[in-house]
Write a protein that binds this ligand. Structure first.
Ligand code: C2E
Ligand code: MG
Ligand code: MG
Ligand code: MG
Length: 291
């Protein structure tokens, strides 16, 4: 009894600076080994086109099941990995896993694209575009089936460095998306300067649009702005069918969120895709959703 009470007491305290530092240190030093041990994996979250509801692509989202700390989301370890200069290792892993998936789907007659999140630090690597090109060639993937997602603050923190790399990636035919759009400080004007194809409306606005007229107005403006610049508009955080219907009515192009599916490990994603394909007999190259 006393032990239980003690345990609860300990849990009630905020971790000390020393504990936080130690944990970050452990994450950083153990990352490569965890990769080798198969404790780091990629989950995939489907995105559907509106209004036809076909699966258009998946977003690759990294996961780490740590032997001591348990399941970790990217927000808990990606910043430490970035700070330690290991983001190249992480991105290569996620990219390779994603391209393997896309290759497998192509072999099955499915054209499904994969979106990989980049850190601004990836754009500090001048060899990054050449590395990506080699990977596309290795798996024989058409570049338009790969999307890179970057946050606006990421791009704008060092545009001098980021822009040439982005242009190079874009000229390879890879799709570029601005992630979490609407949360940064950036003006809408800069969007025009960037070689991007997609904007992803930040989920905070999409989650709020059912109850908050301000959020609804932001979502509507981003859809209009995106379209006036010729961009594909993606909404993340679609949890309710009301939200999906509203987005569809506004002309938003792509929806992603728990309503469609949570991020899934690859075996569960395969089952999810198969269940959808099975429901539409005779259509081999498309995956239709009946939500
Ligand atoms: P993000 O790129 O904006 O990814 C979307 C996040 O929203 C994911 O969180 C996803 O699980 C979550 N989400 C999706 N649909 C819904 C919904 O309907 N409702 C709610 N409440 N949430 C939803 P996750 O997987 O925890 O990833 C967090 C962030 O970590 C990502 O945000 C991305 O910025 C970063 N990240 C993930 N994987 C990678 C990676 O491989 N490399 C890098 N550099 N960053 C990554
Ligand atoms: Mg993203
Ligand atoms: Mg986002
Ligand atoms: Mg985010």
């Amino acid at each position: 009894v006393r032990a239980t009470r003690g345990g609860e007491e300990v849990r009630g305290y905020a971790p000390s600076m020393g504990q936080i530092f130690l944990r970050r240190f452990q994450l950083v030093t153990q990352f490569r080994q965890s990769l080798e041990d198969g404790h780091v994996s990629v989950h995939y979250q489907p995105k559907i086109s509106l209004p036809n509801r076909q699966v258009q692509g998946v977003e690759a989202l990294v996961r780490w099941v740590h032997p001591e700390f348990g399941r970790l989301g990217p927000d808990e370890f990606v910043p430490a990995i970035e700070a330690a200069g290991l983001i190249g290792v992480l991105t290569s892993f996620v990219l390779e896993e994603s391209l393997k998936r896309v290759r497998k789907w192509l072999d099955e007659g499915l054209r499904i694209s994969a979106a990989v999140n980049l850190s601004v630090r990836n754009l500090a690597d001048e060899d990054f575009p050449a590395k990506v090109q080699r990977e596309l060639e290795r798996f024989d993937i058409p570049p338009e089936l790969l999307t890179f997602e970057l946050t606006e603050s990421g791009v704008m923190s060092d545009p001098q460095k980021a822009l040439p790399i982005l242009r190079e990636l874009h000229s390879l035919g890879i799709e570029l998306a601005v992630d979490d759009f609407g949360t940064g400080y950036s003006s809408l004007a800069y969007l025009r300067q960037l070689p991007v194809d997609q904007v992803k409306i930040d989920k905070s606005f999409v989650l709020g649009m059912g109850t908050d007229l301000g959020d609804l107005a932001v979502v509507r403006s981003i859809v209009e702005l995106g379209h006036s610049l010729g961009l594909t508009v993606v909404a993340e955080g679609v949890e309710e069918d009301v939200a999906r219907d509203q987005l569809e009515a506004m002309g938003c192009d792509v929806a992603q969120g728990y309503l469609i599916s949570r991020p899934l490990p690859e075996d569960r994603l395969e089952a999810w895709l198969q269940a959808r394909t099975a429901r539409s007999p005779g259509r081999h190259s498309e995956t239709v959703l009946t939500l």
